[in-house]
Design a protein around this ligand. Structure first.
Ligand code: FAD
Ligand code: NAD
Length: 465
């Protein structure tokens, strides 16, 4: 079977590898020069590289002394940080090139557009056009930042995450529209480097959709870092001149326009599915009201034999969700019967402390009128946290009051991103709070907070609280 994959992000390249592993003949088309899509080039990997560098700087400046390490005043060299980030990106994108060769996947650089239900036209950088026919096609064209016209995006002073990952100077003042994942992660990078960061958010809380109590806990830590939050503010318009940007917003319940000024404004109000000049309309691939490619439960589009995965279809815009869907479609094509447990896809915000979650929030449990038990444990009560001075945050564990089955786990704390996998695994196996409470957790580790929260949820009482 001959398969064409459009897009080389975590959805596309994983689908391509799995199809090749299952014996299919695979070509992958990518319009940019490097492989890896948003995630590797301008998303997950570069943002985490800068998050790590800025956190090291912040610790050197504010925590080393308390650990008994005396150094002269550290200096943040943004050019070196960006160069290291670029190197990390290059290592990763080259890694994908290697995997393509290893799996005998033909990579074609150019913009793909459907010309029929079984062929695409690829326009290359030099203007030449190649036509490729396929038995099956997987669309993995991803997403782009939402940049409304009235927000005046210019890529210099009014920027998206892509430019924020490549700033040449550390701004003195940065305004960020949107207290979602990008706003908080990139806001943390610059706040740690000394920028005065103000985040404006439409909702009266940060991270809409995540557990409210934990989001408030994270907000406290980010405020201590120096980030200012203006919540319940609908940004209307953004202007800029040579020296500064000006944000115009309306506070909830009011009518007058207020303003905030900053050197740089980062727009982080979400991402939109990317299907431009893909030719979907030409062959009848249906798009929904949010611009996403419509699929059935097998991720097949309205045109038989053409599938779509990742950010361009419904669901969380996350790299690991795109990867799961890549494997899923490859297995469908091979005649297997795969399954994705969407309810248990974890989400992580890579601030410090980190915020990681899986399953239902307390608010969702209330909406669904579920009878639950909640166990909580603060990191400040853990020996491990005191040893490292990472005492912010807590574990919040929600279980079914009648059956004890875990319904949701929310962690704000050091290394929450890695710890959440204990909860995901437990929930995949439909464990109860008591199961987690009775598993031996190594001492001293942050994971002991999960055990203690589980004890409380299971009605056994926490030991160290
Ligand atoms: P993409 O990665 O967007 O890849 C799509 C590819 O298709 C692109 O390379 C594009 O050039 C190509 N393409 C599009 N149209 C065509 C065409 N017509 N012809 C040829 N090629 C085409 N997610 C996480 O899980 N964890 C994180 O920590 C995280 N951090 C992020 C940080 C930032 C700043 C951003 C912006 C995103 C982050 N994400 C993170 C989200 C993650 O990057 C996306 O969910 C993921 O990349 C989606 O994968 P995808 O394969 O669907 O699409
Ligand atoms: P988001 O959807 O997470 O947050 C956008 C925020 O902007 C929302 O809180 C929204 O209420 C607010 N907003 C929208 N319009 C506004 C207005 N006019 N005025 C004020 N506030 C407004 O979007 P994002 O942060 O841009 O991230 C995009 C996607 O990228 C997300 O879906 C996320 O999953 C993905 N991502 C994931 C990670 C990660 O997994 N760690 C990191 C970065 C990005």
């Amino acid at each position: 079977m001959n398969v064409v994959v459009i897009g080389s992000g975590p959805g596309g390249y994983v689908a391509a590898i799995k199809c090749a592993q299952l014996g299919m003949q695979v070509s992958m088309i990518e319009k940019y020069k490097t492989l890896g899509g948003t995630c590797l080039n301008v998303g997950c990997i570069p943002s985490k590289a800068l998050l790590d560098s800025s956190e090291h700087f912040h610790q050197a400046k504010h925590q080393f002394k308390a650990h008994g390490i005396e150094i002269s005043e550290p200096i943040a060299n943004i050019a070196s940080m960006i160069a290291r980030k670029n190197d990390v990106v290059a290592q990763n994108t080259k890694g994908i090139e290697f995997l393509m060769k290893k799996n005998k996947i033909k990579v074609i650089h150019g913009h793909a557009s459907f010309v029929s239900k079984n062929s695409v036209e690829i326009t290359k950088e030099d203007g030449t056009v190649e036509t490729l026919s396929f038995d099956r096609c997987i669309i993995a064209t991803g997403s782009k930042p939402v940049l409304p016209a009235q927000f005046g995006y210019d890529g210099v002073r009014i920027i998206s995450s892509t430019e924020a990952l490549n700033l040449k100077e550390i701004p003195q003042r940065m305004a960020i529209v949107g207290a979602g994942v990008i706003g908080l992660e990139l806001g943390s990078v610059f706040a740690r480097l000394g920028t005065k960061v103000t985040v404006l958010e439409y909702m009266e809380r940060i991270l809409p959709g995540m557990d409210l109590e934990c989001a408030k806990e994270l907000q406290k830590s980010l405020q201590q870092l120096g980030i200012e939050f203006l919540l319940g503010k609908a940004v209307q318009k953004i202007n800029s001149d040579q020296a500064k940007t000006q944000i115009q917003y309306i506070s909830k319940g009011k009518e007058e326009i207020e303003t905030v000024e900053a050197e740089i404004t980062l727009i982080a109000i979400g991402r939109r599915p990317y299907t431009e000049e893909l030719g979907c309309e030409r062959i009848g691939i249906e798009i929904d009201e949010k611009g996403r490619i419509k699929t059935n439960s097998n991720l097949e589009t309205s045109v038989a034999g053409i599938y779509a995965i990742g950010d361009v279809v419904q669901g969380a815009m996350l790299a690991h969700k795109a990867e799961e869907e890549g494997v899923f479609v490859a297995e469908i094509l091979a005649g297997q019967k795969p399954h994705i447990h969407y309810a248990l896809i974890p989400g992580v915000v890579y601030t410090w402390p980190e915020f990681a979650a899986v399953g239902l929030t307390e608010e969702q449990c209330k909406e669904q009128q579920l009878k639950v038990r909640i166990g909580k444990f603060p990191f400040k009560a853990l020996g491990r946290s005191r040893a490292s001075m990472d005492t912010d945050g807590m574990v919040k564990l929600i279980s079914d009051a009648a059956t004890d089955e875990l319904l949701g786990v929310h962690i704000v704390g050091a290394r929450a991103a890695d710890m959440i996998m204990e909860a995901v695994t437990a929930m995949e196996f439909r464990a109860g709070a008591e199961d987690l409470a009775r598993i031996s957790h190594p001492h001293p580790t942050y994971t002991e907070a999960i055990k203690e929260a589980a004890m409380e949820a299971a009605g056994m009482m926490a030991i160290h609280k």
